[in-house]
Design a protein around this ligand. Structure first.
Ligand code: PLP
Length: 239
């Protein structure tokens, strides 16, 4: 695998143009949409290229892999690393010191463990609650918005965590209408959260990947998570 800065910059500019065009058509301000570079399975050299191109927001979906690749980078003032994959409770301690935000909270117990480890090292962590909008059993997340709202009430009392919004992985399908419904469901879930918890700083709607980010932008995404469209194919290790 090889990636040069020019190729990456070309990919980035074409994606940015699509985001801007889509947002503008949808009557949205493109500036309210953050672009995350998802570097899972890609080597550290790819992270460097993305940083040279000016990106600052990065996502990984495994704690161990993130630790190996980002350990020396997480203290960089211009780098923000988020966990976007399932967090096991026994990895909460490492996660507390590694990530600025965990986007994939799907259980009260995981949030409690993360809260405890954040408190131990005297930090506050931003989190998102993950909703399974696809109904696919292989995906993580709360299965119903009602369940997410209920657990949010309990997580909100954990002092070292700050709930910023919700996240989902759209259904794996070519059916654009189904994808749109899933993203609309997540937006409705965030709206419901806002009306139930007006005191929380709920500003983040994380949805959309390489194949469906334009639909996500149309449906209100404020964070889109892009891997292959920026870096190229993940090949054998794709997931
Ligand atoms: C891999 C991954 C992405 C990026 O997927 P691409 O299709 O490569 O853009 C986004 N979000 C999550 C949770 C992922 O695991």
């Amino acid at each position: 695998m090889r990636l040069d800065l020019q190729t990456f910059t070309d990919n980035l500019h074409s994606v940015q143009k699509r985001i801007t065009d889509t947002a503008t058509r949808a009557g949205r301000d493109p500036a309210e949409i953050r672009l995350m570079a998802v570097t899972k399975t890609f080597p550290p050299a790819y992270i460097e290229v993305a940083r040279q191109a000016g990106l600052t927001l990065f996502g990984e979906n495994r704690v161990q892999e993130a630790q190996e690749k980002y350990q020396t980078l997480v203290t960089a003032p211009d780098l923000e690393l988020h966990l976007i994959g399932h967090l096991q409770r026994n990895k909460a301690k490492i996660a507390a010191s590694l990530f600025l935000c965990v986007q994939s909270i799907d259980k009260l117990q995981t949030a409690e463990a993360l809260n405890r480890h954040c408190a131990e090292i005297g930090r506050t962590m931003d989190i998102l609650l993950e909703l399974n909008t696809s109904g696919e059993a292989s995906k993580f997340g709360f299965n119903e918005a009602e369940e997410l709202w209920r657990v949010c009430g309990e997580i909100a009392s954990l002092d070292s965590l700050r709930i910023r919004g919700v996240m989902t992985v759209g259904p794996f399908t070519a059916d654009r209408d189904r994808i749109r419904r899933a993203f609309a469901d997540l937006r409705d879930c965030l709206d419901g959260l806002r009306s139930r918890f007006p005191e929380l700083p709920l500003d983040t709607l994380s949805m959309g990947m390489s194949g469906d980010f334009e639909i996500a932008v149309e449906e209100g995404a404020t964070c889109i998570r892009l891997g292959t469209i920026l870096f190229g194919s993940r090949g054998e290790v794709d997931e």
